[in-house]
Design a protein around this ligand. Sequence first.
Ligand SMILES: [Zn+2]
Length: 283
Amino acid sequence: MNRRRFLTSSAGVLASALVPPVRDGVSASAGQSRRSIVIDAHAHYGYLGGFGQQRDISFEECLEAADQAGIDKLCLCSIEALAFEMTEGNKAIHRLMKQYPDRIIGFATVPSPYFGKKGLDELQRAIEVYGMKGIGELETTPAYPIDIPHWIAVLKKAAALRVPVLVHGSPSTCARAAEQVPDVTILLAHLGTGFGLAVGEWLDTIEMAKSHPNVYLETCTSITAYGQIEMAVQELGSGRLVFGTDIPLLDPSVMKAKITGADIPSEAKENILGKNMARLLKL
Ligand SMILES: [Zn+2]
């Protein structure tokens, strides 16, 4: 029994009897029929390994957690393709897309920038043949940042294919990459944090995004600083943020609460939670 099933079957039963069900959090009293779409721009499934727990987390388990958080669609990237073997990992996403066509938006990725033409061909096949709608997550490191030539080639391929790219990188390297490929749409994961959890790095990210209009900020973070979403909306406008969870590495309900609980207008929450991503993906 996993953690969620345990809670549902014990204390959660009592809680659900006392509290009215709220799935959307955007306009809680409005009811399901008026809720606008919620798209998770940053989702995975698979073997966590070096990312945390030593276990294989199925897509179905991730979907159950997404259901509990009130998420309609997941931009899904395989951990296998991201960290281990791109071809089989992207194929597995394609199989899941056919199995869950209303829930999954496929994202294709490569585990390293050093596959050259083979990697670029793999991404093109995933977009044009498998029908995926985005690239990434590109898992960069301080040693292999997003502005090195091999990653720049991937960004140029994304621009040519007219799909957004989810990038795990720092604000400074993202800025240099965005300048080199001005016609690519970069979704900068974790508000530009994620390497060593530098305190306040997200402030640098917001500042960078002001002068780089092709960079959108994806909102899931390990450290949820006070006022983070409010400041991002104030400085950039809600049109530049996209909701993501990094499920199953982070908890989707907690990541969604960052948005639903922020002191910003309902319209801004709807933009961040799904409308911006729907626009970028041309849904
Ligand atoms: Zn991720």
